[in-house]
Design a protein around this ligand. Structure first.
Ligand code: KG4
Ligand code: ZN
Length: 341
């Protein structure tokens, strides 16, 4: 299994938040097996409860790992490397994945590579084909909204980021205000389909600032005040507010992405992170970039949200470049992605 067209085999493990995800990735044939167990308990609390998340990883990780190994027909000894997210994220959740990965690396004598979660999201764009560089990458997730200049894999320059809420967090909070199910992002997108994006003129934070930074807290407050002024919300009002709020977020993301492309001279933009699954975002980006003569790409939907495939793909790049970690590798709760190549 490890030779010929199969290429080298990498196990990926991702447990930084509430998804337990494992994959077997082949450098020759792509993803051979992939499984993500999402923790549904958190919906009841309207957000991720860290202790529940880590305890659930403890229960779920072993069976998820066993199932991907079995489906790919791979033994531990056949692996060329193990990639695991070691930060940023919830410490308890990260420790479960990292301890498990280290045990496997030790038991099988397999090289280990710790992956920064954000680099994983960026390299989700390299799972099914090469990443074209230089590029600007917009990482938009529940915890991050950042624009990077990516000269090549391993070289990352932060161009701008949110000063308050992340774009996904804004979607989630607006979903909650509108009484939509958790997580709010996909729910707001669905609700917006029946609404008018021009119904309400909502704020675009830092619109004319000339920097590649974002701000979404004003939008959230504006939506709260608007709903309070309306009172009981009809389904049509929910749809109009959802569509207008989505338009404000997408417009802010597109404006600053265009600015980043103009600054760097790159002709390629990639979207990454959970919010990259949003169809309106893709549509607006494509439209605005066409005017610049630039193009936009994004990962398949299952690799936009947290997943192990992006981690295995990143680990492949680290290990092929000769960068590996020891069994003393630790987790970190926060920290900007740094270059390693
Ligand atoms: O990358 P991700 O799975 O986890 C983090 O690392 O944060 O992103 C999750 C975020 C959530 O805020 C979720 O509401 C948002 O991505 N999201 C969306 C969509 N699908 C997921 N936001 C807008 N539209 C979507 N279709
Ligand atoms: Zn993520």
């Amino acid at each position: 299994m490890s030779g010929g067209n199969a290429g080298k085999l990498y196990l990926g493990i991702e447990t930084s938040c509430d998804d337990t995800s494992c994959t077997i990735f082949s450098s020759g044939r792509g993803i051979l097996s992939y499984r993500t167990a999402s923790q549904l308990d958190h919906a009841r609390y309207g957000g991720v409860v860290p202790e529940i998340a880590s305890r659930t990883h403890m229960r779920t990780l072993l069976p998820v790992w066993e199932s991907v190994m079995e489906e790919a027909g791979v033994s531990l000894g056949a692996l060329a490397g193990i990639g695991v997210t070691h930060g940023p994220g919830l410490t308890g959740s990260l420790l479960v994945g990292l301890s498990f990965a280290k045990s496997l690396a030790w038991a099988g004598g397999v090289p280990l590579a710790g992956v920064h979660h954000i680099e994983g999201h960026i390299l989700a764009n390299a799972i099914e084909g090469p990443l074209t560089t230089p590029a600007v990458v917009l990482v938009v997730s529940g915890g991050h909204t950042q624009l990077f200049n990516v000269a090549r894999v391993g070289r990352y320059e932060l161009l701008g980021q949110t000063r308050d809420d992340a774009a996904g967090e804004a979607f989630d909070k607006i979903g909650k205000i509108l009484g939509l199910p958790y997580p709010g992002g996909p729910a707001v997108e669905v609700a917006a389909r029946g609404g008018d994006p021009g119904a309400f003129d909502l704020p675009r934070g830092l619109k004319g600032s000339g920097e590649c930074d974002f701000s979404f807290s004003g939008l959230k407050t504006a939506v709260r005040l608007l709903t309070q002024s309306i009172g009981a919300l009809s389904p049509a009002a929910v749809a109009d507010i959802a569509a207008s709020a989505q338009e404000a977020i997408v417009d802010a993301l597109a404006r600053k992405s265009v600015l980043a492309l103009e600054r760097t001279g790159a002709e390629r933009l990639y979207l990454a992170g959970g919010v990259a699954a949003n169809r309106r975002l893709r549509e607006v980006m494509r439209e605005r970039l066409r005017r610049l003569g630039a193009t936009v790409g994004w990962p398949p939907p299952r690799y936009c949200t947290d997943n192990a495939a992006m981690i295995a793909c990143a680990a492949r790049h680290h290990l092929e470049a000769g960068r590996r970690d020891g069994l003393d590798l630790n987790t970190f709760p926060r920290g900007v992605l740094a270059s390693w190549a």
